[in-house]
Write a protein that binds this ligand. Structure first.
Ligand code: SAM
Length: 267
């Protein structure tokens, strides 16, 4: 269980395992001073905002395959929730997830278990590329492929995409909050995500911040509201074809918040 094996790992000074109200654990990061999930339910929130928010089941039905990019691996709940309703006959799943914390990645590979073994688990990941900044891991079984890019994703993702062809159908935008990790919510970041996407890509996030929504709009994503769950009132879905919600645009037009900028990120 997440809480047992975490306390004996190198991570214990930087992360604390916390049980959330749906019985699933999240991690509290001492560095970011934030939980990886809402305390009202780590698994429930992940299912709602990401797996259902991006309509993974519908993408699989439509295409027979689905390529998912998760920004922030954290405790591995995004992958676990994606697999919870997934059957091999639904089609191929290609899950790429990014995590900058090396010790967290080492812990995932050594200790993180899943409750099924017909698909690759974190413990089956093998290193296939490494340099001073990044380490890339991969495992594949029964049409499901799991790739974990360790390193700052502003470096690891462009590097990975230079070597591999991957354009996500769905993006789980789940780094820590804009207050704690603003560069991954900036106009430049959303422009980068747009550049690597295709016309049908859907991005979803738990964040309903006006600054985040304005950053997405500035990067030419169309934004729509996702209903909330637990203590969260709403989230955001962003698409590249289709329209933004008129009500949201109207609300944003009256908000004094500005888009978030990251002058250090080249697009
Ligand atoms: C909210 S948690 C992700 C939770 C995860 N999606 C899950 O379901 O368990 C955010 C994660 O993003 C990682 N992160 C933050 N900034 C990053 C960056 N620049 N590059 C890669 N990972 C980053 C953090 O270390 C943290 O583990």
């Amino acid at each position: 269980m997440l809480s047992d094996n975490l306390s004996s790992s190198k991570l214990k000074e930087r992360f604390v395992a916390v049980k959330t109200e749906d019985g699933h654990y999240t991690l509290y990061s001492n560095e970011f001073q934030e939980h990886c999930h809402s305390l009202s339910g780590a698994f429930q929130e992940t299912m709602h905002f990401y797996v259902q928010g991006c309509q993974i089941e519908e993408i699989l039905k439509r295409n027979d395959h689905c390529k998912i990019l998760e920004i922030g691996t954290g405790s591995g709940t995004g992958y676990e929730a994606t697999l919870s309703n997934y059957k091999i006959e639904h089609g191929n799943l290609d899950f790429v997830t990014v995590e900058k914390d090396k010790d967290l990645v080492d812990w995932l590979i050594t200790c993180r278990t899943l409750d099924r073994n017909d698909v690759p688990g974190f413990c089956e990941l093998k290193l296939f590329y490494s340099d001073n900044d990044v380490s890339f891991y991969h495992a594949k079984k029964n049409g499901v492929s799991l790739t974990l890019l360790q390193g700052d994703c502003r470096i690891s993702l462009p590097k990975f995409l230079n070597q591999n062809s991957f354009s996500p159908d769905a993006i789980f935008q789940d780094p820590f909050s804009p207050q704690k990790n603003s560069t991954l919510w900036s106009v430049e970041w959303f422009m980068f995500l747009k550049k690597i996407s295709n016309s049908n890509t859907v991005m979803s996030t738990y964040s309903a911040s006006s600054a985040v929504r304005k950053s997405m709009l500035e990067a030419a994503w169309k934004i729509q509201e996702i209903n909330g769950i637990g203590r969260k009132k709403s989230g955001t879905k962003a698409v590249l074809s289709g329209d933004s919600d008129e009500l949201l645009l109207d609300h944003l037009g009256r908000s004094p918040q500005l888009p978030i900028l990251d002058s250090g990120l080249k697009t």
